[in-house]
Design a protein. Structure first.
Length: 91
């Protein structure tokens, strides 16, 4: 009797942008396991939204609200720091 073939689950390469997405509802990075947005994702977001930082702030604020709803065990002040404090002050 032959053994069933093992099916490999493809995981994104941690060096690709699609790897650094939030794993919900825990809000850790699917690519590196750090709190999301991780340093790599922050750099990519800043580059992607270089011409429209206000849109980036709105996007991150909406992610923060999702995280607040999905992780009521985390302090709101900590999530604010995590999602918004790293944004440049000047737009």
């Amino acid at each position: 009797m032959s053994r069933p073939r093992r099916v490999e689950t493809p995981y994104p390469d941690p060096g690709t942008p699609e790897a650094h997405v939030p794993r919900r509802p825990g809000w850790e990075c699917a690519g590196c396991g750090l709190d999301w947005p991780c340093l790599d994702r922050r750099r990519r977001l800043l580059a992607e939204y270089a011409g429209n930082r206000i849109a980036l702030a709105v996007l991150l604020a909406s992610y923060m609200m999702d995280a607040l709803a999905e992780r009521p065990d985390l302090p709101a002040a900590g999530l604010r720091t995590r999602f918004l404090s790293w944004l440049p002050r000047r737009f």
